[in-house]
Ligand binder design. Structure first.
Ligand SMILES: CC(C)(COP(=O)(O)OP(=O)(O)OC[C@H]1O[C@@H](n2cnc3c(N)ncnc32)[C@H](O)[C@@H]1OP(=O)(O)O)[C@@H](O)C(=O)NCCC(=O)NCCS
Length: 186
């Protein structure tokens, strides 16, 4: 990552959002909605909102206990995206032994197709860069929205896991395995 990119990232976390919120209030419409959405690390107190979105998005949602384990584990990086204090999406990436794995990425259906998923995915990729060579994930072949999101960012199909997912009709669905080689500077 270049020095300017590092500075921009730090600015976006510390100063820039305050400016954007100010401009958005003074000149409504002057700031894109996506620019008012901020990323930060997930906290235990976020879990009620996270679980609400999880239940809306998946037939087999993760339990609270799974999220708690992820939050406690050193190998998992858990983030949320909020818009003026309303949680609109979250992501979890694991990093261990030179490999990163997207474990979860989920956006409130009311806010989908507005760039939140891309923002969360880009953040996971940046977190994994210089810690892992490759970032992997599994996705249901029926999940076209997610597959298009990943392919747009450069992920490639590397295989199929047979019968990986449960389905509502009691059968199993394969998983498509995708991977993206990461930029490493060292
Ligand atoms: C997959 C998901 C995270 C995408 O989040 P999002 O905020 O809607 O994604 P973005 O707005 O950043 O979209 C980025 C790209 O993804 C693709 N995409 C996202 N939603 C799409 C949809 N409903 N139909 C077609 N393409 C879609 C498009 O290529 C889009 O680029 P474009 O806007 O230039 O067309 C979201 O749909 C979601 O939460 N789904 C339920 C949970 C889930 O399935 N997670 C993935 C598990 S593997």
């Amino acid at each position: 990552m270049s020095l300017w990119k590092v500075i921009d990232t730090v600015k976006s976390f510390i100063f820039y959002d305050a400016d954007k919120e100010f401009y958005a209030q003074v000149f409504p419409g002057s700031v894109d909605r996506i620019d008012l959405m901020r990323l930060r690390k997930m906290r235990m107190e976020d879990l009620p909102q996270v679980l609400e979105i999880e239940a809306k998005n998946y037939n087999f949602p993760w339990s609270e206990a799974i999220f708690k384990d992820c939050l406690k584990s050193f190998n998992y990086s858990c983030w949320i995206c909020d818009e003026l204090d309303t949680l609109v999406g979250y992501s979890i990436v694991s990093m261990a032994a030179g490999e990163a794995h997207v474990m979860n990425i989920s956006v409130d259906p009311a806010v989908q197709k507005q760039g939140v998923g891309s923002k969360l995915l880009e953040n996971m990729i940046e977190l994994a860069e210089n810690k892992a060579d490759t970032i992997f994930l599994e996705v249901r072949p029926s999940n076209r929205a997610a597959i298009l999101l990943y392919e747009k960012r450069g992920f490639n199909e590397i295989g199929i896991r047979k019968g990986y997912y449960p389905t509502v009709n009691g059968r199993r669905e394969d998983a498509v395995m995708l991977a993206l080689e990461l930029v490493t500077l060292f």
